[in-house]
Write a protein that binds this ligand. Structure first.
Ligand code: MBD
Ligand code: FE
Length: 260
C-alpha cells in the first residue's frame, strides 16, 4: 500500500483511539486490561471474528452496496460441486425445517445469467459451521451449484435458526463484559460469481427472525430478508417427495458487469 495512504488511514485511526482514551479518562488498569485482551484475542484465533463482527459491514457498504453484505469469518474454499436436483450436503438426521430455496441470478440490467456459480454455506441448527466447529462433518451444509440456461437454480437445505457467535473465547468475554448479546439472525451465506461480472458476497435472512433488528454484526439489509411459505398439506408433501412439512422461498441475485 502507498506510504501516504497508510499514514493517512492509520494516522486517523490512532488519533481517534487516543481521543476515546482521553474522553473517557482511561486508567492504567484499563489500558493493561485492553492490552492483555487483544493478546488473548490473537492467541485464540479470534481476530477474524472480531474484525468481521465490528468492522466488515462498513467496508462492505463502501465496496459492494445494495444486494450484498459481509462474508464473515467462516467461508471455506473447496466446497463440493452439487448435482441436480441440488441438495446441500447434510447428515441423515440433520436437525431443522426443510427449505427449498429457488431463484435467479441476473445482471443489473435484468438479463438472466446462465452458468453462474453459487457457493453457499450455512450453520447447522445448533449454530455450528462445518470445517470450523468440531461437530459437523467436513463440508456439511457447504456446496457449489450453477444456474441453468434460464439463470435459475433450486436447492434444498434447512432453515438456519437464529445464530449466536462461538462461545467460550475472548469474543464472548468482551460481549458479556459490555452487556451486549452475541446473536445474529439465522442466515444463508453466498458468493455468487459469473464470467464478466463482479462476484457478489451476500447473505439471506428470514422474516420474523427476532434478531433482524439487532444483528451483532450489523449485516442485515431489507432487500435480503426472505418470506417463507409453509407447505404442510399431504398433497404438497407428496408432490415434492417430502416426508415432513417444508418451506419454500426465492431470491434474485444481481451481479454487476465487470468494468475495464
Ligand atoms: C458468522 O456466522 C457470521 O456470519 C458473521 C458475520 C460473524 C460471525 C459468525
Ligand atoms: Fe454466518
Amino acid at each position: 500500500m502507498p506510504t501516504e495512504r497508510v499514514a493517512t488511514v492509520v494516522g486517523d485511526l490512532v488519533d481517534r483511539v487516543n481521543d476515546a482514551i482521553a474522553k473517557h479518562e482511561v486508567t492504567y488498569d484499563e489500558y493493561h486490561a485492553a492490552m492483555s485482551y487483544l493478546i488473548r484475542l490473537g492467541e485464540a484465533g479470534e481476530w477474524p471474528l472480531f474484525l468481521d463482527v465490528f468492522f466488515e459491514h462498513t467496508v462492505e457498504r463502501l465496496n459492494q452496496g445494495e444486494g450484498g453484505t459481509i462474508e464473515g469469518p467462516y467461508y471455506v474454499p473447496g466446497a463440493p460441486w452439487l448435482e441436480r436436483p441440488y441438495v446441500m450436503p447434510m447428515r441423515e438426521d440433520e436437525k431443522g425445517d426443510s427449505l427449498i430455496l429457488s431463484g435467479t441470478v441476473r445482471a443489473t440490467d435484468g438479463e438472466p445469467i446462465p452458468g453462474a456459480v453459487l457457493d453457499m454455506w450455512q450453520a447447522d441448527a445448533d449454530t455450528n459451521y462445518s470445517n470450523i466447529q468440531e461437530e459437523p462433518p467436513p463440508f456439511n451444509l457447504r456446496g457449489k451449484m450453477t444456474t441453468d440456461e434460464n439463470g435459475e437454480f433450486e436447492v434444498r437445505t434447512i432453515v438456519p435458526p437464529y445464530y449466536h457467535l462461538p462461545r467460550g473465547g475472548p469474543m464472548e468475554e468482551l460481549l458479556n463484559a459490555a452487556g451486549w448479546h452475541d446473536y445474529r439472525p439465522g442466515h444463508l451465506h453466498f458468493i455468487v460469481s459469473a464470467d464478466g461480472y463482479t462476484p457478489l458476497t451476500t447473505q439471506l435472512y428470514f422474516e420474523g427472525d427476532r434478531y433482524l433488528d439487532s444483528d451483532v454484526a450489523s449485516a442485515v439489509k431489507p432487500e435480503l430478508i426472505l418470506t417463507l411459505q409453509k407447505h404442510d398439506s399431504p398433497e404438497e408433501m407428496e408432490a415434492r417427495g417430502m416426508k415432513k412439512p417444508f418451506f419454500t422461498t426465492s431470491h434474485e441475485f444481481r451481479l454487476k458487469p465487470q468494468t475495464g
